[in-house]
Design a binder for this molecule. Structure first.
Ligand code: ADP
Ligand code: MG
Length: 299
């Protein structure tokens, strides 16, 4: 098969593992930087160009789209979808899950546990907003932040007010969330492929931090999921329409609460922690889907 990995970093662990695994199985692998792609949209003939070269006869793409280029990445994926190329994440699902607010709205509507969350770009009556999420401390986060950057714990009214006012002034979209104290700086990452849990880990924040992102120095161990956690994670990816995803869950007194669902989850932490070759599972899935698609065409 001809498989393209859409990635800005050919040297990144996840990209490399996918590339090598694909090669090992005899596929023609290629890494393409979606930021350097252009697309031609015209009636019935969608085309993708990479640095001037037309990209065609591709069987599947595996998008690894960073948060800062979601919109462009989604447009490139959509173009491949129009070309009838299988994508391990659909453009629609990528957009749905990347926006933390949209994601929480969809999950909340489906009755899944989420931390109480307020969205506003209006700095008046901040004490009402804080009360709405259950009082201090509160977590303030950028809607499109990632790797724990742009996630702030405000312990006093004064800090909360100044942070909210500053972000509003900068026109940065934010949410204000109840702080789940009992999760004690830890969360659970559940890696799901094609509606099945393939690996999971518990991440614990570095001393002095409350953010359990591995990029922020957190540590991780394998974890056995509770039934409620497994069901919650599986429902979440189903609602968002993601085939490959990392679901982040806080363990709270009122059960599992979903923090976010990552449509481009990193492979390094989860593979090394769980001992499971997650890249191989992803390639497996892509092979299966392309085969299904081919046989459907000839039926
Ligand atoms: N409401 C919350 N209560 C407790 N801890 C939180 C809360 N929100 C985020 N955290 C901690 O901060 C980390 C980063 O938050 P998250 O919303 O996942 O942002 P990012 O997209 O930057 O990873 C989480 O993994 C979790 O450890
Ligand atoms: Mg996160």
């Amino acid at each position: 098969m001809n498989i393209v990995i859409l990635s800005r970093g050919p040297g990144l662990y996840s990209t490399q593992q996918l590339y090598l695994e694909g090669e090992r199985r005899g596929h023609r692998m290629r890494v393409i930087d979606h930021v350097r792609c252009s697309i031609v949209v015209e009636k019935g003939r969608p085309k993708v160009y990479y640095e001037g070269e037309r990209i065609h006869t591709i069987d599947a793409i595996i998008p690894r789209i960073g948060a800062s280029v979601t919109t462009k990445g989604a447009a490139i994926i959509r173009q491949f979808e129009m070309m009838n190329v299988f994508s391990s994440v659909s453009s629609a699902a990528l957009l749905r899950s990347r926006d933390k607010l949209r994601c929480l709205q969809l999950l909340g509507m489906a009755d899944l546990g989420i931390p109480k969350t307020v969205y506003t770009d209006y700095s008046q009556n901040i004490s009402d907003l804080i009360r709405a999420v259950g009082g201090l401390p509160v977590v303030i986060k950028l809607l499109e932040g990632t790797h724990g950057l742009g996630v702030i714990l405000a312990e006093t009214q004064h800090t909360a007010e100044s942070v909210i006012e500053t972000f509003n002034r900068l026109k940065e979209r934010i949410i204000i969330q109840e702080f789940i104290k009992e999760s004690k700086g830890a969360d659970v990452r559940v890696f799901i492929i094609n509606g099945e849990i393939v690996a999971s880990m518990k991440r614990t924040a570095a001393p002095g931090d409350f953010r359990s992102n591995l990029h922020r120095g957190a540590s991780s161990v394998p974890v056995q999921l509770s039934k409620a956690e497994a069901i919650t994670a599986l429902k979440a990816v189903d609602i968002l329409g993601l085939d490959v995803a990392g679901v982040d869950i806080l363990q709270s007194h009122r059960g599992p609460l979903i923090l976010e669902v990552n449509p481009s989850p990193g492979l390094e932490g989860i593979s090394k922690t769980s001992g499971i070759d997650v890249a191989a599972e992803v390639i497996n899935f892509v092979e299966k889907k392309v085969k299904q698609k081919r046989s459907a065409r000839f039926r």
